[in-house]
Design a protein around this ligand. Structure first.
Ligand code: SF4
Length: 325
């Protein structure tokens, strides 16, 4: 565990692994999402808006190589990073729709999917300084063929798959219209582990109608999955989402996400979490003009991270302190 923070943090893991800082560069590879394009639903998750998480250099009108180069040009004067990971972040980066009516893929189309993915991943890895791939996707958009492809890359590159899980409760997943179950996520994680590929999960703390006990139950459940990394963030209500309307009708659907309460909840969560899991992120920052709730006064992620760390130090807490391994 890092000396600096009370948890097994991602930056320290990267430094231990590569001996230096490695910067992730986001890429919009022009994928869509089955929960928006009609395969599962056209509504998407109730909180979804892709506007909030695309940096300026991440524009699908540019080629993948061009986006990466723009990102590298932006980050290289800021940090001394010389190595980069191509972060396939926007939408569902292993999902290639078969046609407008979304019938099941035939064998021939299946290999077409692999060819499309291979072309995109090869292009990313051809950029100078890019040493790996981080592929964000949904747990219901993975199969043996895609994992075989990624396992091939993993033989010579850093490769990680990041699944959006969001909650371990099926009633919540249904309410937020995720379009997949917790069991599907467990299956995807187990299959990824079988292929020896690093696997990360993404969870939202404070989803509608979830209580503090539910948040801590998430920590216990995911502690027993074969995952390497975890990203957390607070529930945020953004303008223009379906959640905006639902929240306006019934604000009590969300737990208290004030900064003070969130810091306490996240500290307790980490206290329970398996100490082997690398914690990559604790919060998320959305543009203030899009954010309706909660208002943390524009605090940056790194500031909140320090507040959580200080809280844990003050209270003698550290990752896994009460882990039931
Ligand atoms: S899976 Fe992601 S991109 Fe798709 S609707 Fe949900 S939040 Fe949006």
């Amino acid at each position: 565990m890092s000396n600096a923070l009370q948890w097994n943090d991602y930056s320290s893991y990267i430094r231990r692994t590569f001996g230096e800082r490695v910067q992730k560069i986001s890429v919009n590879a022009g994928f869509t999402c089955p929960n928006r394009d009609g395969k599962i639903s056209t509504d998407g998750c109730i909180y979804c808006t892709n506007k909030s998480f695309s940096p300026f250099y991440c524009n699908s009108d540019d080629s993948i190589a061009m986006q990466l180069q723009k990102g590298i040009d932006f980050f290289s004067p800021k940090y001394s990073a010389q190595k980069y990971l191509a972060y396939f972040q926007s939408y569902t980066n292993t999902y290639v729709p078969s046609c407008s009516t979304c019938r099941p893929l035939s064998v021939a189309e299946g290999s077409a999917t692999i060819n499309i993915l291979r072309k995109k991943f090869d292009e990313a890895l051809s950029v100078d300084g890019v040493i790996g791939l981080v592929v964000s996707t949904r747990p219901d958009c993975i199969d043996d063929d895609i994992l075989k492809l990624l396992a091939d890359y993993a033989a010579n590159n850093y490769v990680e798959i990041e699944y959006g899980l969001e909650s371990t409760q099926n009633s919540t997943l249904e309410f937020i219209n995720r379009g997949h179950t917790y069991e599907q996520a467990v299956e995807a994680v187990d299959l990824t582990h079988k292929y020896g590929i690093m696997c990360g999960l993404h969870l939202i703390i404070g989803l509608p109608y979830e209580t503090e006990d539910d948040f801590y139950a998430h920590a216990e459940k995911i502690s027993h999955l074969p995952i390497s990394t975890l990203k957390l963030h607070q529930m945020q209500v953004l303008k223009g989402t379906r959640l905006e309307k639902l929240y306006a009708e019934n604000p009590s659907m969300l737990d208290d996400m004030s900064l003070e309460n969130y810091v306490r909840i996240v500290a307790n969560f980490i206290d329970i979490l398996n100490p082997e899991i690398i914690v990559e992120r604790l919060t998320s920052e959305s543009p203030r003009d899009m954010l309706l709730y909660p208002d943390w006064g524009g605090r940056k992620n790194f500031e909140v991270t320090h507040i959580v760390d200080a809280y844990m130090k003050r209270n003698g807490m550290f990752q896994g302190r009460v882990y039931k391994g």
